[in-house]
Write a protein that binds this ligand. Structure first.
Ligand code: SF4
Length: 114
């Protein structure tokens, strides 16, 4: 006959360990963001589209915008249509749509700086 007390104890122990692991992951995520702010001094995130209209978000998708270029030599920050960030800002912009743009981003309309 199996030792039910041992199994129950083991189950509770594993549940506590699992819960602690989940809490740890959440805590690390929060620390990562705080560390980023501390290291860079910037609080804005270039993927925060909370102030961007759905039609402008749709344009991003239509043009194939991605936050990380698949072509290292072709990035938003060396594209002719890129709007560089102001001195106290982190994210740039693009003349094709509104909202923040990652310097390392890319879309199907990339064109070399002139
Ligand atoms: Fe980036 Fe495309 Fe805009 Fe150029 S046109 S800045 S590659 S989003």
């Amino acid at each position: 006959m199996p030792d039910l007390n041992f199994s129950r104890r083991k189950f509770i122990q594993r549940t506590i360990e699992f819960g602690a692991a989940i809490l740890g992951i959440g805590f690390m995520g929060g620390c990562g963001r705080e560390e980023e702010v501390e290291q860079t001094g910037f609080t804005e995130s270039c993927d925060d589209l909370s102030n961007v209209s759905q039609s402008e978000i749709d344009k991003r998708d239509l043009y194939g915008y991605v936050e990380e270029t698949p072509y290292p030599a072709n990035r938003c920050d060396n594209c002719n249509l890129y709007i560089p960030p102001e001195e106290d800002e982190r994210c740039g912009g693009c003349v094709l749509f509104k909202g923040p743009v990652f310097a390392a981003g890319y879309c199907d309309y990339w064109e070399p700086e002139s």
